[in-house]
Design a protein. Sequence first.
Length: 364
Amino acid sequence: MKAKNITARLRSRNASNAILLVLFLLLLLSLMVAVTFGTVPLSLQDVYGVLYYKAVQLLSGGCAPENLTAGSALHDVVWLIRLPRLVLGAAVGAALAVSGVVMQAVVRNPLADPYVLGISSGASLGATLATLFGVGAVFGTRSVGAMAFAGALLVSFAVVFLSNLGGRATTVKLLLAGAALSAVCSAFSNFAIYLRNDDNAPAQIIRWTMGGLGAANWPGTFVLLVATIGSVLFFTTQSRVLNLMLLGDDCAMTLGTDLHNLRILYLAVTSLLIGLSVYNAGTIGFVGLVVPHGVRLLLGSDHRRLVPTAALCGAIFLVWADVACRTLMPGNEIPIGILTSLLGAPVFLVLMVRHRYGFGGASQ
């Protein structure tokens, strides 16, 4: 009874706003603290010094603080290596969490996730074809990102189409369709590597198959960050429609809303996020499943609260997951996709064995 009262209080509007503010401040604090972890330990004072230097340089082109110049070891470690990596992790975490929330509403299934449904594998296949064979060269330097988006979009539509063959989509049909398409995409990726017959090809593809933030740079991070923030704001404004999707098409039609075209739009936007995430960080699984599930348990299924809260929680989660990957094994870095799978797979299995799991966070 006490737990229910606590949950009810958390779901009030004032409490939700307070939670969002706390999570935002926690994300900023996480980024500042996480920068200090690494092979070369840094202090918060070092980090503040670099950020102050960049602020002065950006705003007025003034002199740098004493003992700090662009190109110094401290500047490069903080500004060119660790900070873009962590900001990319936050953007990817938020993008995957929001994609999971939206996909779960679109297919009306709390087990939906870009990784589980094979959409990340589709994005990875597109990136593989662009990297090895130059597919999508018409897009120039953005060919890899464009093909990753195309792969994610095609697989997302294919999953929905296959799961609706022979009747309405069910949990089993969605999972089977996602597993089948994921296997097909993985097979084509491996076949592409085989055809390329290049000893360096596996090394080129490995960051997409295992996931990692080591290749982060400010231009790519900025594009994904802008896309993620824009998508979070967009889906927050679409919270009423997302709530209607949980009720079904018949109920939505009685309220004057046709969901068919909106589903296509939402899948396109989430595919863009997934494609950009795979392009920048590879395949990172289960974030879109674990984070929305945890937030939904506390705050309920109202997407006005769920979308922004899941985005912030996903960002914080992946920031600290990256820290764990860099520190758990000194001298070695664990691919972040492996760690998220180790954490997310047990949650997925728990959801699978809980029959008639509902969007309210409890069995129905």
